[in-house]
Design a protein around this ligand. Structure first.
Ligand code: PFF
Length: 453
């Protein structure tokens, strides 16, 4: 059993929890969760999403960390080593490749959206220094999307920030940054929540988020909720598996896995409870949806709040940081694999991936302007990339991860990794979820995407 990885190790349990929470908490919680909840009509969707976190997300989270820590390499090679160890086919390496490709596709559009947050942070900073403010948020957002040059620039800045950390190695820079910035983001969300309460529409928002209208439920909602559960927890593309490879041997996996999933879920729900009252207070239909939701609604609130410009700057800058700690984990699996598979240095490998991710990201940039007419089915280019990576590849990756951990790895291995201190019933519950419940649920959703149901 290997006790360390060639890529480095987290210095403590806390370091892993912070890094994995940094990976999980990002645009998925504060940008994507509110907007897809809005598009899917609220309550019922949120409950289905929470069910997916519990029944699928948590078991897959444990599985990824187990595989990573046992293999101690990039996902592709961890899967190869473990397959060899238990006499299974090396075809399981394919899961690692699916993960790398999904990560790459997500990185490409994630970096563009993170660029929007950087741009907004910058606009608010300028406003602090007396420049004209965001008086018409719809117009500001519209003109940003229409401006391919500006989008490309901020997408590039964000990609450089990401590659900077990955190239330097994750441990020092990242561990320290996440430890300070994630708590700050959390406090700021609480301030926004307090503002949301003060608008007098908190209960309307809570009702929208939690009161299910089951008559609205469609299979499409299950597809989106499952995709979001994977996306928000950074699962299904071997990112948490890669972070697991750097986890010290003594750390209790169920405990850290649960901490990460719980923090991520709490942040998403607080974001929803902070953002929807504002949306309702300004007379916007909470079901109006759209990827621009937080970029058009929150500026309305900041314009009214005391010190609103300051909070606006802080909010978008911290959201950029949350996106940053996530995008690092999107780039790490591919980088670790390239370092193992070639004799490239970590720096060159990371730069190569960043360059390709940046180029592919131009498809997302152009989907809002010069290629806005191009559609695949009912989706624009960004929508299509987001759908394939998030709603299809992540669940497929998650399915294969669960099957590998549940059926291919021996029970001796999983029990050893999941810690002998875990009560027997809890281990059995994990095994049952991983072997049966998770795969069945994912397969059912996949079948519905393919039109079999
Ligand atoms: N979990 C991140 C978020 O919610 O913003 C996005 C993400 C990061 C997805 C890393 C997948 C991943 F591997």
């Amino acid at each position: 059993m290997k006790t360390s990885s060639i890529h480095g190790m987290w210095s403590s349990r806390l370091a892993f929890v912070l890094a994995a929470t940094g990976s999980a908490v990002g645009l998925g919680n504060i940008w994507r969760f509110p907007y897809i909840t809005s598009e899917n009509g609220g309550g019922a969707f949120v409950l289905i999403y929470l069910g997916c976190i519990l029944l699928v997300g948590l078991p897959v989270m444990f599985s990824e960390i187990v595989i990573g820590r046992r293999g101690r390499m990039s996902p592709v090679n961890s899967l190869r080593e473990l397959s060899d160890a238990v006499g299974a086919s090396r075809a399981w390496m394919g899961l690692g490749f699916i993960g790398i490709i999904a990560g790459f596709l997500i990185l490409s559009f994630y970096s563009v959206v993170a660029g929007w947050t950087l741009h907004y942070g910058f606009l608010y900073i300028k406003e602090l220094f007396g420049a004209p403010g965001i008086t018409d948020p719809d117009a500001t957002f519209g003109s940003l999307l229409g401006n391919a040059g500006q989008l490309t620039f901020w997408h590039g800045v964000f990609m450089l920030m990401t590659v900077g950390v990955v190239a330097l190695g994750v441990e020092k820079g990242l561990e320290r940054a996440v430890g300070i910035l994630m708590p700050m983001l959390f406090i700021l969300l609480l301030i926004l929540l307090a503002y949301g309460v003060s608008t007098g529409h908190f209960w309307d928002a809570a009702r929208f988020l939690f009161q299910p209208d089951w008559s609205q439920v469609s299979t499409g909602m299950f597809v989106t909720a499952l995709g979001q559960a994977f996306f928000t927890l950074s699962l299904g593309m071997c990112a948490i598996m890669t972070y697991g490879a750097y986890l010290p041997a003594h750390v209790n996996i169920p405990r850290v896995g649960t901490a990460v999933a719980a923090s991520d879920t709490v942040v998403a729900l607080i974001a929803g409870l902070a953002i929807f009252p504002v949306i309702i207070a300004f007379g916007i239909d909470p079901g109006s949806g759209g990827a621009g939701l937080i970029f058009t609604s929150l500026p309305l609130a900041f314009a009214q709040m005391p010190f609103g410009i300051f909070y606006g700057a802080l909010f978008f800058l911290l959201l950029s940081v949350a996106a940053w700690t996530s995008s690092i984990s999107l780039m790490e699996p591919a980088t670790a694999y390239l370092v193992e598979a070639t004799n490239l240095s970590r720096k060159t490998a990371a730069l190569l991936i960043a360059l390709m991710g940046w180029l592919l990201g131009l498809a997302t940039v152009f989907s809002f302007n010069i290629w806005s007419e191009v559609t695949i089915g009912d989706k624009n280019l960004m929508g299509a990339i987001e759908f394939v990576a998030t709603d299809i590849m992540l669940p497929v990756g998650g399915l294969l991860t669960a099957l590998f951990a549940g059926w291919v790895l021996s029970k001796t291995i999983t029990k050893e990794e999941l810690d002998d201190k875990m009560p027997d019933w809890a281990f059995k519950a994990w095994l049952w979820l991983t072997r049966i419940v998770t795969p069945m649920l994912i397969l059912w959703v996949m079948a519905s995407i393919l039109g079999f149901l």
